[in-house]
Design a protein around this ligand. Structure first.
Ligand code: NAD
Ligand code: ZN
Length: 380
């Protein structure tokens, strides 16, 4: 089969690799019909996620048709159309039964299972081969896959983002406790930030402000989500200006950035260290944009290496910080319903539709913010 493989820093290759196969009796094997690249894949691409071996198959936002099921799989069958969430989760541990599938106790034994397992996201997160491929092995076939109802007439593109960014964005506002009347600032106008903006409105926010430094993305946010936009590289004294504009800061700031993919890892660590002295960087920016007593939700990924934290500032201003890997699985049915009923349209983040064989080019333009790239859908 063909698959997108990690080859080292800023280097992925589509290669011929051995076919994925069923390994356990509750696995399923899925023929991928549509997949996509996530901002989280850029952290792999930029070398921020440790333990990613050469030839590791990337990808955690796929959907497709079941080709084969293990003998203990009863929930789905060959021929079913399924969406695969990035969480690998058993369905019966404490975390899976308390709506925290992203921390499943059985999906990862790295450091005694102190994080859940994710499809296609390095050995650190379980070592599962990913879904930017023609075939994908999915563990826990009785819990993980979301079966698309047979009467659904929606094309893959409408449903694909239920695998990650739609539930992630929804969880971001839910977890942050956004409520009617709130002022919400969203850092980042990538696919995740753009969807977070939509859900902030749907939760009843009174004001939604978006920040980025890529003009075409800000313009997209302004047009499609009707948010106020600011380019932090072009506007002087932006933090102070926004503090005045919001009367002391936003109720909720959502960091949909993480480690900035533009910089090298060394530069990032240096920036982070300098932040103690007041430089920028999304999280530090969030600490300046939130009102006293407000909440920062960190959805952007800070890799597995970055642990510096401005504890004193947060403590003295009574700030709540919530964060983590989104639990996708339990949100899928409700968000499927909302897409079906037209409550929101996730497809307006799509900028490119390419072949899986174009993945090298796709990673490059997505990472460099070239060719107006926002979300790139790949067809195996
Ligand atoms: P993306 O790289 O396309 O978007 C990030 C955007 O942030 C870019 O447009 C970039 O220009 C902008 N940016 C950079 N520095 C900024 C700053 N200081 N302030 C404001 N904007 C800034 O990625 P994406 O696909 O939208 O994903 C966003 C983040 O969400 C990534 O870190 C990704 O790993 C993470 N993510 C987390 C989860 C989770 O479960 N927590 C799930 C999916 C994605
Ligand atoms: Zn993702």
């Amino acid at each position: 089969m063909r698959a997108v493989t990690y080859q080292g820093l800023k280097n992925v290759k589509v290669k011929e690799v051995p076919d994925a196969t069923i390994q356990k009796s509750d696995d399923i094997l899925v023929r991928i019909t549509t997949t996509t690249i996530c901002g989280s894949d850029l952290h792999l691409y930029n070398g921020e996620i440790p333990n990613t071996p050469k030839d590791f198959i990337i990808g955690h936002e796929p959907m497709g048709i079941i080709e084969e099921v293990g003998k203990d799989v009863t929930k789905v069958k060959k021929g079913d159309r399924v969406i695969l969430p990035f969480n690998v989760a058993c369905g019966h541990c404490w975390y899976c039964t308390h709506q925290l599938e992203s921390q499943c106790d059985h999906s990862n034994d790295f450091l005694h299972g102190d994080t859940g397992g994710y499809l296609g996201y390095s050995e650190t997160f379980g070592g599962y081969a990913g879904g930017q491929a023609e075939l994908l092995r999915v563990p826990y076939g009785n819990f993980v896959p979301f079966k698309v109802p047979e009467d659904a007439e929606m094309e893959d593109e409408k449903l694909l983002f239920l695998s990650d960014i739609v539930p992630t964005a929804y969880w971001s506002v839910d977890n942050a406790g956004v409520k009617v009347g709130d002022t919400v600032i969203v850092l980042g106008c990538g696919p995740v930030g753009l969807l977070v903006q939509k859900f902030a409105w749907l939760k009843g926010a009174n004001r939604v402000i978006a920040i980025d430094h890529v003009d075409y993305r800000l313009e997209h946010a302004r047009k499609t989500n009707r948010v106020e936009v600011f380019n932090f590289k072009k506007q002087d004294e932006l933090l102070q200006h926004l503090a005045e504009l919001t009367g002391g800061g936003a109720d909720v700031v959502i960091d949909a950035v993480g480690l900035d993919s533009e910089k090298t890892f060394v530069e990032k660590v240096e920036t982070m260290l300098k932040l103690q002295g007041g430089g920028l960087g999304a999280f530090r920016m969030a600490t300046k944009l939130v009102r006293k007593g407000g909440t920062i939700q960190v959805t952007g990924v800070y890799g597995a290496n970055y642990n510096a934290f401005p504890f004193g500032d947060l403590f003295s201003r009574n700030i709540t910080v919530k964060l983590g890997q989104a639990p996708i699985i339990h949100y899928m049915p409700e968000l499927y319903r909302q897409i079906k009923e037209g409550v929101f349209d996730p497809t307006d983040v799509i900028s490119h539709r390419l072949q899986l064989s174009d993945a090298e080019h796709a990673y490059k333009i997505f990472n460099n913010k070239e060719d107006h790239a926002i979300k790139i859908v790949l067809k195996p």
